[in-house]
Write a protein of this length. Structure first.
Length: 259
């Protein structure tokens, strides 16, 4: 048991290092590409708001800090979900030729997703002092919020993985839903006060995770804390179930992919 676990971790570590080195090997900007998408998206929304093309009232919170934090949190969820959804398809040749612990693929994908989600947060270090006047103890909880966002995206991906491996429509459908989901999640605007937008935000499972995490960092107080805690517990339980289902499904997936 311990030997298998050790082998899984060792294999996952080697695959992680290999994939991270290869990811931006033929790129001039290299790892800078990890930072560019959230920065570019933030600048667009800040520009639109400054020119009154859109008008977003964030109360006493500076809009650049508000939208940058929202974008980084959404990227953590979005990038984890989309990248882990293709884990098996990206390793088809390896799975059909070599017998190895299949959990290593999940650990590798989760590691890459975590790095790609965490590294852009470095942007907040030089930016926040310009927009946040004082330190809040709740800021220390922000990394917890990021971790839950990553695990939530990973859980959904692993649950969908067996179907997504067999049918490409699932990955395309998820990407389409995520593009729409960006606009119905309070990423670049605060929680709606009433109407259909409020209802959609309330039933959107990403909303409490994102809103609570951002409120911790920007000192708004613990907004939607109870739904955040409930979703965190559900995520951990669902993640265990998803990993078990993945272990059961992989041998059948390999057989289907090899035929």
């Amino acid at each position: 048991m311990r030997k298998n676990a050790s082998l899984t971790w060792e294999l996952a570590t080697r695959m992680f290092i290999r994939d991270m080195r290869a990811m931006y090997r033929q790129s001039i900007l290299g790892y800078i590409w990890i930072f560019l998408p959230p920065i570019a998206n933030t600048l667009i929304w800040v520009y639109l708001n400054s020119q009154d093309v859109i008008k977003v009232d964030t109360g006493g919170i500076s809009y650049p800090a508000f939208v940058l934090t929202g974008n980084l949190l959404w990227t953590a969820f979005n990038a984890t979900l989309t990248s882990m959804l293709n884990t098996v398809n990206e390793s088809r040749a390896l799975l059909s030729k070599i017998n190895f612990p299949h959990e290593a693929l999940l650990l590798t994908a989760l590691g890459k997703s975590a790095v790609n989600a965490m590294l852009p947060l470095v942007i907040l270090i030089p930016v926040l002092p310009f927009y946040v006047n004082e330190f809040h103890a709740t800021m220390l909880l922000f990394p917890l919020g990021v971790i839950v966002m990553i695990l939530f995206g990973a859980t959904i991906a692993i649950l969908l993985l067996p179907i997504a491996t067999l049918y490409g429509d699932v990955s395309r459908g998820v990407q389409l839903i995520l593009k729409f989901g960006f606009f119905v999640t309070p990423v670049v605007y605060p929680l709606p006060a009433a109407g259909l937008a409020k209802f959609i935000s309330d039933v959107n499972p990403v909303t409490p995770l994102l809103v609570t995490s951002r409120s911790w960092l920007l000192g708004e107080g613990p907004i939607m804390l109870q739904p955040f805690i409930l979703l965190s517990i559900i995520t951990l339980i669902a993640l265990c179930f998803a990993i078990l289902a993945y272990k059961i499904a992989v041998p059948y997936l390999i057989e289907r992919l090899s035929s």
